[in-house]
Design a protein around this ligand. Structure first.
Ligand code: 13P
Ligand code: SF4
Length: 329
């Protein structure tokens, strides 16, 4: 287990306090792979967006402490409205969500009345309510395969994931122009230098990466897909082109292998830490469990409208088990 900042706030043993509050509140801690290692180690379950949605929908806990970003905690609330859902820092947003204001998305939809809206889960509840089917990176391929080729589709907010799907499956989805600032920051020049330093080391990339990074990848997939590739690949060194905190789980699963974060333009991978995910800390998780705040609240009409497209995802993704998923470009 990672060293934990034990004495904080008022000199409390935060790890023991979090365990006590979890019991008292009948709470479950869910964490995404991009969370700080100490939060991943405190979680009852660590997973990708689809797995976390499924866990939220299935839990019998009364409280979900969601260590991730706001759209993920909102998804938990949409699927489990009777639970109290707390997010340690309510400012933990997402650049993809920010790129897609609901009014602009509604106008985009209106421009393409004969298209359905297939929408990446990294968006607001309002945009989910304006969509027909939600996808995650681990379910997008399975879901797209079930939509007839002649059906016109608008895809948002991630133009890189949409573009990757268009290229791989020869589709012509109309793309919303959003990007993830974290995956956008990888440098092709620095990646090629790193590959030259580690001849034969494969590259695993998240489909939120731009095409000039995807083109050098041996494996493209969701966070859980990349983790699974790390466990099952033949060699002993992997270059990881996604948010580097996932390397914590790789190192735990296969300590003998060597995992290197793909670099940004400065040759250092620190610019690829998600600034939103990094807002959550052990201290804020403790406070969220103690105070049951900050809490996700949602208008019931909006929740039901957003739930329709999420339910469609869960129905169409039923064959997706969170491994393999997108596979090679
Ligand atoms: P995954 O669904 O692959 O975990 O991706 C979530 C995300 O926000 C990637 O930036
Ligand atoms: Fe959003 Fe990118 Fe952070 Fe994922 S890594 S939460 S897409 S900003």
């Amino acid at each position: 287990m990672t060293d934990q900042p034990r004495q904080n706030l008022t000199g409390l043993d935060l790890i023991a306090e979090i365990a006590r509050l979890k019991r008292e509140r009948n709470a479950v801690i869910l964490a995404h792979y991009y969370q700080r290692p100490e939060l991943q180690d405190l979680a009852d379950f660590v997973g990708d967006s689809l797995e976390l949605s499924r866990k939220a929908a299935a839990t019998d806990a009364d409280v979900i402490a969601f260590c991730g970003v706001k759209f993920m905690a909102e998804t938990a609330k949409i699927l489990a409205p009777e639970k109290i859902v707390v997010l340690p820092d309510m400012e933990a947003g997402c650049s993809l969500e920010d790129s897609c204001p609901p009014d602009d998305f509604a106008a985009f939809r209106a421009l393409h009345p004969d298209a359905i809206a297939l929408t990446y889960i990294n968006c607001s509840a309002e945009v989910k309510a304006l969509s027909d089917v939600i996808v995650t990176s681990s379910s997008a391929e399975t879901i797209l395969a079930q939509i007839p080729r002649e059906q016109k589709i608008i895809f948002g907010p991630d133009r890189h994931l949409g573009g990757y799907l268009n290229r791989k499956f020869d589709r012509e989805m109309i793309l919303w122009p959003g990007v993830c600032i974290v995956h956008e920051a990888f440098s092709e020049t620095e990646l090629l230098k790193l590959k030259a330093q580690h001849p034969g080391a494969p590259v695993a990339a998240h489909p939120e990466c731009p095409p000039h990074i995807i083109d050098h990848a041996d494996y493209v997939g969701s966070t859980s897909g990349i983790l699974n590739f790390a466990k099952t690949m033949g060699g002993d060194t992997l270059i990881v082109a996604t948010e580097p905190h996932i390397i914590h789980q790789m190192q735990k699963a296969v300590p003998a292998k060597h995992f290197i974060g793909a670099p940004g333009a400065d040759g250092n991978c620190n610019c690829n830490i998600c600034p939103y995910m990094a807002l959550n800390t052990v201290e804020k998780l403790y406070l969220a469990l103690r105070d049951l705040e900050p809490r996700i609240e949602m208008d019931e009409e909006l929740r039901l409208a957003a739930k329709r497209s999420l339910d469609k995802m869960l129905e169409l993704a039923s064959g997706t088990v969170g491994k393999g998923d997108l596979g090679r470009a």
